[in-house]
Design a binder for this molecule. Sequence first.
Ligand code: FAD
Length: 477
Amino acid sequence: MNNHYKKSLVWFRRDLRLYDQAALFHALELSESVCCCFIFDANILHKLTNKEDRRVEFIWESIRCLKEELNALGSDILVRFGEPQKLIPQLMHDLNCEALFINKDYEDYALTRDKEVALALAKVNKKVHKYKDQVLFEEKEILTATGNPYTVFSPYRNNVLKKIEFEGIQQFNCEKNKNRFAQTNTENLISLEQLGFKQTNIQSLKIHFGTKGGILLIDDFKERLHQYKEKRDFPAIKGVSYLSVHNRFGTISVRHLAKLALEKMSQGSAAWLNELIWRDFYFQILANFPHINHAKSFKTQFDAVRFENNEGFFNAWKNAETGFPIIDAAMSQLNQTGFMHNRLRMVVASFLVKDLLIDWRWGESYFAEKLIDYDFSANNGGWQWAASTGCDAQPWFRIFNPILQSEKFDAEGKFIKKYIPVLSELPKKEIHAPWVAYEKNPLTFQLRLGKDYPWPIVNHKEQREKALKMYDLKNVG
Ligand SMILES: Cc1cc2nc3c(=O)[nH]c(=O)nc-3n(C[C@H](O)[C@H](O)[C@H](O)COP(=O)(O)OP(=O)(O)OC[C@H]3O[C@@H](n4cnc5c(N)ncnc54)[C@H](O)[C@@H]3O)c2cc1C
């Protein structure tokens, strides 16, 4: 018998599933009996000022799913609300567990929290086992020939693909030891209200929770995977997987997704695997360049750029009132659903920084508040890419034209019409920049600009020139 422990505790965090879960697998392998717990972390929840938060509800619903699955096995997940630094040692003591099993989390707060918990447990002679789970490759696993972390994506990706070819992708079969889940009575789940939160509109968004919800999306996407490359950039069509929230909370396994991409090799699946590797890439950037945690540009020389930071412009951007239909439609999608299509994330981020001349960190924080899939590493990476301050970023002199982006990626204006119904009667020739047709013929135009829909708050050409001056480090004194 290779059981080292009589009883262990698995602390679920951003790995809310019972299949292919590294910490759970090892706990089940090494213990006679395995208890499960989840802590609603007061240190995080108290900082969320908006008490209608789709993420908290997604987590809560996914915990409910885990509970159902464990109850069906005669077990349960113990759910607590408070500070994990106190609650985990307490649970370990109360349950008489000898070892704690967790999956690694690479974010700043999580690193400190996990160190504190490990320290508290070491004092009472309890073991802590940590595993890589949320990424394919972590920290310093993929290095350049000179032993340094990569800062450019393509060679990083090539190295990852070689490693996968050589090593394959490991899967953790938790199923085989499922008889080792601790047999317990079922506890009632703390309610959202007891956590200080209210229900959001998430139920009406057709977002499916837990592993079952993730699998539904995977099954739907499998059939479309081969078309991903052609379709992924068009927000009005179903071209992407919409799996990011499941990746964020680990209701599905990233190894499972990578395996799927490798099994169905096509141009589409290669392009999709590429995106999963971007996700890993930004995690390793976070692990190896921790200065990005402290509101610093990856390329620190760009911290000298002086943004104009006009608050009125920022409010117009947040409230979808810029007068640029594609920007306003994208921001409405974010505000109404907590999701935004990747192409549009790039377009609105570029617009905020290089048209409205606002610090990328303001946009990063707004996305952090609103995105249901918010992940520090991908969000920071995406913002720094658009702002040209990041590793392997868009060069600073390359500036998206929001009207051309709109014409190219939403040619029929279908996405715009979905999120800005007041524009739904405009023909496709006019919808991308309605002011052009309006100025020619204000009396016959279907809308009154300034009343039914805003005038554009800036002139793209003029702002482009200003952005070029602002970014040119020769001008920064
Ligand atoms: C400014 C900006 C901010 C972003 N913020 C986040 C964020 O907070 N959280 C987040 O998960 N993604 C973020 N992204 C990346 C990307 O937009 C989303 O992952 C993607 O839109 C999610 O949709 P999907 O699941 O259908 O993706 P798919 O196209 O189906 O891709 C599959 C998976 O790969 C990962 N992925 C895809 N693109 C990227 C990328 N560029 N960087 C990192 N991972 C990627 C996601 O986990 C995604 O679920 C951001 C991008 C930008 C430009």
